[in-house]
Design a protein around this ligand. Structure first.
Ligand SMILES: CC(C)(COP(=O)(O)OP(=O)(O)OC[C@H]1O[C@@H](n2cnc3c(N)ncnc32)[C@H](O)[C@@H]1OP(=O)(O)O)[C@@H](O)C(=O)NCCC(=O)NCCS
Length: 194
């Protein structure tokens, strides 16, 4: 399998109190995006520099693909090069988040690899990341309906659309501490469109 060799991500945890957390998480995701850009040699001075168009690329730097995720007081961002990946997706969740028993029937399908059952929360985040990478380009795949997580399969760090074995992209994940909190961070990278 081709390796995922050219991406940047940042995870930022806000020190602000939990009651204001939703907004702070969102703000942190923008700071995380600024951090990714800095790693790519770009200094973002205004919110305009951080505007993502069509959930795929930066308005001011169209060659950079970007995705963000936020939850409570934590925000994260992922950037890559558009030549390498036309679209990317990131999703974060606290490792202690509980998925309701039985809820997996809403997002796991018969084409998923057997490994998806080992960690349902991880599978959820991988599918959310793949959804973010895929949904902006779904019209390129003749998909007949509104895309939902259950339409996406995950197998051996790759993803595609249910009912079709074609591999559309790659996934990866890691566990990282954000302050006191442990998070699952999942990434998805859409393959170049032929
Ligand atoms: C869009 C979606 C992926 C967002 O995920 P989330 O976990 O709720 O939120 P996150 O914080 O991780 O991500 C939010 C960011 O995703 C991005 N986003 C929103 N819609 C998007 C889309 N269609 N494609 C790519 N990225 C998208 C935005 O940048 C957003 O940040 P912003 O609102 O601050 O600009 C999710 O709400 C969704 O629609 N999932 C698929 C539908 C589904 O099948 N649901 C589950 C049924 S069991």
């Amino acid at each position: 399998m081709q390796s995922i060799d050219d991406f940047h991500f940042e995870l930022i945890s806000s020190p602000e109190p939990l009651e204001r957390s939703a907004e702070w998480g969102k703000q942190s995701s923008r700071e995380a995006l600024a951090g990714c850009l800095k790693k790519m040699g770009i200094n973002s001075k205004s919110s305009e520099d951080l505007t993502i168009i069509g959930h795929t690329h930066l308005a001011k730097h169209p060659q950079i693909t970007a995705s963000i995720s936020h939850t409570r007081k934590v925000g994260a961002a992922l950037t890559s090069n558009r030549d390498q990946y036309p679209s990317v997706g990131i999703d974060i969740e606290f490792v202690d988040r509980k998925i309701a028993h039985g809820a997996e029937k809403y997002f796991i399908n018969e084409d998923d690899g057997v490994e998806v059952w080992q960690n349902i929360l991880l599978t959820w985040t991988l599918k959310e990341a793949a959804f973010k990478a895929l949904s902006p380009y779904i019209d390129k795949f003749d998909w007949p309906k509104v895309l939902v997580l259950k339409d996406i399969w995950i197998k051996k760090n790759q993803f595609g659309l249910r009912g079709n074995t074609k591999i559309l992209g790659k996934t990866s994940s890691r566990i990282k501490k954000a302050g006191e909190l442990e998070m699952i961070i999942s990434f998805a990278f859409l393959n170049p469109l032929l």
